[in-house]
Unconditional design. Sequence first.
Length: 609
Amino acid sequence: MNVWYEEEGVFKVGAVLADNTSSLQVEAPHGKRSKVKAANVLFRFDEPLTGFMDQVQRAAQDIDLAFLWECSPQDEFSYDMLAREYFGHAPNAQEAAALLTRLHGAPMYFYKKGKGRYRAAPADALKSALASVERKRILAEQQAAYEAQLQRFELPEAFRPRLLELLYKPDRNTVEVKALEQAAAALKLSPLRLLEKCHAIPSTRDYHLNRFLFEHFPRGTDFAAAEPIIDLDLPLAQVEAFSIDDVTTTEIDDAFSVTKLPQGGYRVGIHIAAPSIGIGLGSEVDKEAATRLSTVYMPGAKITMLPASVISHFSLIEGSKAPALSFYVELAADLSLRGSHTVLERVPIIANLRHDTLDDRFSDMALAGTDDVPFASELKLLWELATVLEAGRGRSEPARTLQMDYNFYVDDERVRIIERRRGSPIDKLVSELMILVNSEWGAKLATAGIPAIYRAQSNGKVRMSTVPAAHQGLGVAQYAWASSPLRRYVDLINQRQLIAWQSGQAVPYAAGSEALLTALHDFELAYEVYAEFQRNMERYWCLRWLVQEGVTRTTAEVFRENLVKIDKIPLIARIGALPDLQPGVKVEVDISDIDFLELAFHAEYVGPA
């Protein structure tokens, strides 16, 4: 006697060795013995077991599923009833087993309802399930075709519109990503390297830029059509103002003026562009600026916070009479401060002075000989004022070797990296006047009880706050960012508060304003993201510079431990076998294996420079 039974969802056969009523001792065709519950047995039969399972499998495949489904009743049924209907007679063991196998192996067509019992799937459910199977079949064929193309280093056309997702946010549930990962694994490459070999990354620069845009500017960098700019009838300042910026600066936020007073002394004007008077709170331009929060900088390009039309209207451009919030300080002949006041006005901008024409002619050693420099006497006075202001903050330091800053200029994919001495007279002049205006305006707002966004520092930790607090690093009691409203949204917010205070109007942002707190929080996050992007792009162009200039061996300066800074460019290298050397020591290093995608390279210690 043999039995056909089900065990853990699988049909099996065996010869009965012992029948204990509730259980059976059974021997499988391959000799294994096991205990089977009698309740799991579907039927018993006497036909020999040799070849029985093979015959059942062949017979099951011959049963037409669609026809079997059509023959089955709509209600629940037993397999033997359907077998009689299908075969036209009481089924033998092989036929019964074949029908059970076919029913059990087609869960889309038949739902199992119990031991030997099934129910035909509803027509709609079957249609949907079959369509799903067909889709999976088509996708499997598609994936196989994609894999074959990729392994030949050919990019499938279907990948092109989805390249950004494939590169930066791959969805592993899609057939494209599955094919990419399988092909990459077969070729022992990363998906990124495989896409590179398929010429899907024609520009390594764009690879890094597009990652940033994909993550932080998913709607693109274009602005919607700007609304009309609000123009106020403002008085014209009786000054001749000039700005000091890098040659690439287009968002000119600040300018300066010096006026001799009849009674002796001077009036120094610090003029800050006033875009807030032309951007309505809650307008589309304002909403976009509140989303961007800052201009994004990178070598050779930038993504501005404000539309070009707004920037051109409010930037302190040479020859314009631009709206500005001006902070005037009255100085005695000895440059001591006698008073100050703030006024909203139009300011005649006579010149935009640039670092590249000032740095070499306006230095520590040449301050007395700057007569050929535009606004020479004004610059000299502002320099002297800057030294007084610096000393007043308790930050005057003895002469020392100053660190370098670096300006990047990209023209037709060629990069120039220009070193600038950090803390040069021009830098100090501008920074001291910006510290003055930001700290003084912060004090005015704090005294008036007007909410603002401040930058504070204590115990070496910098933070932003809506409460005025000391900035220990600068040596001021409070520091409100308000001098770059064309480039930073917090400055635009603070300027709105300042203009309301200056004009005696209700402030746009009340105490506890949710908009103020949201802007502070969002700005801190965005500012760090943008700074990290700028650092990465500067690293990219440093690597490009090494290749462009054919640098394979160069000098470097020990930074700390196993880190060195490559000379002439702001690039830090890690050298595993660097001897124990003091910071500042010059060494020679070899440069190799530059990777523009990973922003990596290999640096090896050669010896002392």
